[in-house]
Design a protein around this ligand. Structure first.
Ligand SMILES: [Zn+2]
Ligand SMILES: [Zn+2]
Length: 410
């Protein structure tokens, strides 16, 4: 049964406006650090609720704070009041949308292909719901609604943290969700420990001298060395990493040469490494550097290595993952411990490096989601499923209520 448009849940009356808002955001996608229109809509919506609103945190980030009860007063043990951070991401992808909907992207080459329009609408919905219910619920403490820019590759969360996010808006714990097309609508999963992978990138440049293909003895063969390097790189995970650990190394691009009778002077290799454990990540990078230098020595070439660590692994703390699952169950979701982590990566990882917290996968696939079913994240036809809106709103609210009810942090 579709949950919309006559949703009888406690947030049902908020939905018509949230759906309009979500579709408006979808029609006007903005890329990383360009989310000015989106941030303006977020800030206005939060101000209307009477929240304290701070704009420009980490570029285009916005933080709204809801003070519940007498949150400024310490209790008799001298403990400060509790606080929780709820985070949504606001940016779209540089992708041409191919779906045909009334609210299809108005901006060519920009597409909300990861559902951050839905995340933003859900967190605004949670702010509306908590603003009108926190007194009746007897909540005490502060809820920080964190709307971050640039999740898609440009580390908006890290920039917000660098600009003092957690000093200016102290959070005992932080929570986020991502819509998950692989799970049916009404289901939710998370897990203690790693849930998303660390993502690294490597660029290798193999240099010889270049020369005539008929005179290989006059130049180190950069192309042959690069080929050997590709083969050796593919043995790192299988031969150098504990089989109990999970990791992936993929070479994704190789470029060099332009003629049948010229040995190229330079060949470039690019690829990615995914891992869940910092020690494994260190070992792979070290093995990659060793391999590059070994091949260079053996072939007479030089190999320049540029290894960049993008996002760290997203690692949930156990107590907060349990709270996230319990909250999901309490609002009627079929909540399960995720059997395994995903090898995709997530900017929220930077927040979890600083604070206890958890990241939830919220199902949005199958069922009544149109005849197309649910397209994968980052697919040109992807669309956020509006039927997931009330589920995310209620989960965020339940998480906040439970987080504020926990023993305070000294
Ligand atoms: Zn994405
Ligand atoms: Zn995303």
């Amino acid at each position: 049964m579709p949950l919309l448009p006559n949703d009888a849940s406690p947030v049902g009356d908020l939905l018509p406006d949230l759906i309009s808002l979500r579709r408006d955001l979808h029609a006007h996608p903005e890329l990383a650090y360009e989310e000015r229109r989106t941030a303006g809509i977020v800030a206005s919506a939060l101000r209307l609720l009477g929240l304290e609103v701070c704009e420009g945190v980490g570029g285009t980030g916005v933080v709204g704070t809801l003070h519940c009860g007498d949150s400024a007063v310490s209790d008799p043990q001298g403990q400060r009041s509790r606080s929780v951070g709820l985070r949504a991401d606001m940016d779209a992808l540089p992708l041409v949308e191919l779906g045909q909907r009334p609210y299809t992207s108005r901006h060519a080459g920009k597409h909300h292909g990861c559902g951050h329009d839905g995340h933003t609408a859900m967190l605004i919905g949670a702010a509306r719901q908590l603003a009108r219910t926190h007194r009746a619920l007897g909540l005490t403490g502060s809820v920080h609604f964190i709307f971050q820019p640039a999740e898609e590759g440009l580390a908006g969360a890290a920039r917000m943290i660098e600009e003092g996010l957690f000093e200016r808006f102290p959070c005992d714990s932080v929570y986020a969700l991502h819509n998950w097309p692989d799970l049916p609508l009404g289901h939710a999963q998370t897990r203690a420990g790693p849930i998303m992978a660390a993502a690294d990138r490597f660029d290798l440049t193999v240099r010889g001298k270049g020369g005539h293909a008929a005179q290989p003895h006059h130049t180190p063969d950069a192309l042959l060395a690069a080929s050997q390097l590709v083969v050796q790189l593919n043995t790192i995970v299988s031969r150098r990493i504990d089989p109990n650990e999970s990791a992936v190394l993929s070479v994704t691009r190789m470029e060099g040469g332009h003629s049948h009778n010229v040995l190229p002077a330079e060949v470039k290799i690019t690829g990615t490494v995914r891992s869940f454990d910092a020690d494994t990540q260190d070992r792979i990078e070290a093995a990659l550097r060793d391999t590059a230098q070994g091949i260079a020595l053996a072939s007479g070439t030089t190999v320049a290595v540029n290894y960049q660590r993008y996002y760290p692994a997203t690692i949930n703390t156990a107590a907060e993952a349990a709270l996230a699952l319990d909250a999901a169950e309490a609002v009627g979701l079929q909540a399960r411990m995720a059997p395994r982590a995903a090898f995709t990566s997530e900017d929220f990882a930077f927040m979890l490096q600083r604070k206890p917290g958890a990241y939830l996968w919220l199902g949005q696939g199958g069922g009544d989601f149109g005849s197309e079913g649910s397209f994968a994240l980052h697919h040109p036809c992807y669309d956020f499923n509006d039927e997931a809106l009330p589920l995310g709103v209620r989960w965020f609210c339940e998480v906040a209520a439970r987080a504020l009810a926990r023993p305070a942090v000294v």
